[in-house]
Design a protein around this ligand. Structure first.
Ligand code: NI
Length: 400
């Protein structure tokens, strides 16, 4: 007997799988930027109409929220997907490559949207899930703003647990990487303004050189992560832009630096933000320059509680077996606004293996990013299953 194929193991029918692939390719062809996901939302709504699932559209702008009743009344299990694309010119050469200049689904959100839709189809076709299931398609994950807007629009009202995921090129389709603890980093940004005193390049003693202060500051910031943070706690401080000066023989009176701060632990996050400010101000003081620091809060880290991760693993094992469920290989310092949902309720964020077999894998946000579409079946089956597993767990808690 040959090994059953991934599709056979997921229990997703060939017809459903083909529909998901066609749906994903249609989204891929017509990508939309953050908070502009009008067409995408319209396509989701049309599919929900076909499935006879009630929904609300226009939530937080372009978001969609659908509800499938459960066998019993009680807290819902939410399944979340993001819908937005990126301002990138696609270079994959795929037959269904983007038809919109300079916009591309380069992060797989077309896949996530299809997976959650697939879960809706699977759940609607089967016996009712233990408790209601809420399907959430959010706008603007790439800006780190969509999830927050959806929470503010009340999409978590009546929800007990939430699950979400991301395609991942480090694991083959049919693998799920599910870890306890931090799985995405916080994403704060900083802006540092240095006010010196301009002058003639030949007479530095008459001026206060903002470029020199900025350079010293950049060097000093390198010690935050290397000398102040526990090496076991992944963290990053990067200066991404440095603007100053106007001519070779003029000393710059002003410099502006911008950068990003990443951490996986809330305490480390707070420490890094405070240190950047402290060091910037101190370097300014040493040289007599006026320095102002602005830290712009981004998304918190995504932290899976062990209990929620265990529910997700149970669901994944039911589809791909013990060997298909692994912990994350490495810390991921990327951000993910799913964190805003986890600020409110319990849940788990998983990585869905989507490595393209036999080809070099390009990272997310690359103009050549692509996924193995078998991941759509695995992801849809996982989301449907976790809705059942989590629903049972919530019922159990209610009885306990
Ligand atoms: Ni993404």
């Amino acid at each position: 007997m040959p090994e059953p194929s991934l599709l056979e193991r997921t229990g997703v029918s060939k017809a459903t799988f083909e529909r998901l692939v066609a749906f994903r390719r249609d989204l891929h062809r017509h990508p939309e930027l953050s908070f502009e996901e009008e067409r995408t939302a319209g396509r989701i709504a049309a599919e929900l109409d076909r499935l006879g699932i009630a929904y609300r559209s226009g939530v937080a702008g372009t978001g969609i929220v659908a509800d499938l009743p459960g066998r019993e009344v009680g807290p819902a299990v939410a399944l979340r997907a993001d819908m937005d694309a990126l301002p990138i010119a696609e270079q994959t050469g795929l037959p269904f490559a983007s038809e919109r200049d300079g916009v591309m689904h380069a992060c797989g959100h077309d896949g996530h949207t299809s997976m959650v839709l697939g879960a809706a189809e699977l759940l609607a076709a089967g016996p009712p899930p233990p408790l209601p299931v809420r399907f959430i398609w959010q706008p603007a994950e790439e800006l780190g703003e969509g999830a927050k807007a959806m929470v503010e629009a009340g999409v978590l009202d009546g929800v007990g647990m939430i699950f979400g995921g991301h395609v991942d090129r480090h694991y083959p389709a049919g693998a799920f990487a599910i870890s306890d603890g931090a799985v995405n980093a916080s994403t704060d940004e900083f802006e540092i303004m240095i006010a010196g005193r301009g002058g003639h390049g030949a007479r530095p003693h008459e001026a206060l050189d903002a470029i020199v202060v900025g350079s010293l500051l950049i060097t000093a910031l390198q010690t935050v992560v290397s000398r102040e943070v526990d090496p076991a706690h992944p963290s990053v401080v990067s200066v991404g832009s440095f603007h100053a000066g106007s001519a070779p023989n003029v000393i710059a009176d002003r410099a502006t630096l911008e950068g990003t701060i990443r951490a996986q632990h809330p305490a480390t996050r707070a420490h890094l933000c405070a240190s950047v400010e402290r060091i910037a101000k101190a370097i300014g003081a040493v040289h007599g320059a006026e320095v102002t620091v602005k830290v712009i809060p981004g998304t918190p880290p995504v932290i899976n509680s062990p209990a929620m991760a265990e529910l997700a693993r149970r669901a994944a094992r039911a589809i791909v077996g013990e060997s298909g469920v692994v912990p994350l290989h490495t810390a991921n310092m990327g951000g993910e606004d799913f964190a805003f949902f986890l600020d409110v309720i319990r849940g788990c964020y998983v990585r869905v293996g989507a490595q393209v077999p036999g080809r070099e894998g390009f990272p997310a946000h690359s103009s050549r990013f692509d996924i193995d579409e078998d991941a759509l079946a695995a992801g849809a089956a996982f989301f449907a299953r976790v809705a059942v597993v989590a629903g049972e767990a919530l019922l159990e808690e209610g009885r306990g």
